[in-house]
Design a protein around this ligand. Structure first.
Ligand code: C5P
Length: 241
């Protein structure tokens, strides 16, 4: 299957030239891209316009975290841009998430479009238990992730970003309709970089992830298309098992 939308490629670059180069190289093998703060703060909304022209789905990963009103207003503006998925930090709290979910739905209704999915970041995948403790928390990191996922669901969000290692517990706690997006994916043999709680593509799917966000193992190698095809094959092989 070409353009399997379970794979989201992270466009962690700074310029439109780099974006165009990658999107052209990856062609019809990749149909879902993540635009994060590095790219959005560098080039602005033109990247969204470009990806929409190319008929690609977009996860605008700006991880909003502020008081409820500010996050709600910010998300209403982002909904106008036309991304397919947006996100906030769950640690912003229940009221903030609830306000965020309402703001997205209201704006989409006004525009007469399908609302983008709104998901929450539970705990960054670069965080491990040791670093978690240095923040002054003595709770178990994975219990905290599940707790935040349940809170996000209760607030009306569509899903969460979480490490592949916690996906299984979240799936069990939040049911089959809840979207689980997992970064921290490393095909065997790939560099780990700064990620901590990682899994292979098949491992993440096995744990219940709906979308895998993959950056450097695709965008940082000499043949991105081949790397993407290899990952897509591993994902397809897993589905057929
Ligand atoms: O290059 P790599 O595959 O590590 O990229 C993962 C992407 O997922 C990055 O853009 C990173 O910002 C993002 N991400 C993450 N952990 C989260 C949320 C997003 O790694 N909890």
């Amino acid at each position: 299957m070409n353009g399997d939308k379970r794979l989201i490629v992270a466009l962690d670059v700074h310029s439109m030239e780099k974006v165009q180069q990658l999107v052209e190289q990856l062609g019809d093998s990749v149909n879902y891209y993540k635009v994060g703060m590095e790219l959005f703060y560098s080039v602005g909304s033109q990247v969204i316009t470009y990806l929409r022209q190319q008929n690609k789905d977009i996860f605008l990963d700006l991880k909003l975290h502020d008081i409820p009103n500010t996050v709600g207003q910010g998300l209403a503006s982002l909904t106008e841009l036309g991304a397919n998925m947006l996100n906030v930090h769950a640690s912003g709290g229940f009221t903030m998430m609830q306000t965020a979910a309402k703001a997205v739905k209201n704006k989409a209704e006004q525009m007469n479009v399908c609302p983008p999915k709104l998901i929450a970041v539970t705990v960054l995948t670069s965080m491990n238990q040791e670093e978690w403790s240095t923040l002054g928390f003595d709770s178990d990191l994975s219990e905290q992730v599940v707790h935040l996922a349940k809170l996000a669901q209760k607030a009306g969000l569509d899903g969460v970003v979480a490490s592949p290692q916690e996906a299984k517990q979240i799936r069990a706690a939040c049911g089959n309709d809840f979207i689980i997006v997992t970064p921290g994916i490393r095909p065997s043999g790939a560099a780990i970089n700064d990620q901590s709680r990682i899994a292979t593509p098949a491992g993440a799917l096995l744990n219940g992830a709906n979308h895998l966000v993959i950056g450097r193992p695709i965008t940082g190698v000499t043949d991105p298309r081949q790397a993407a095809e290899d990952i897509l094959k591993e994902m397809r092989d897993y589905s057929h098992e």
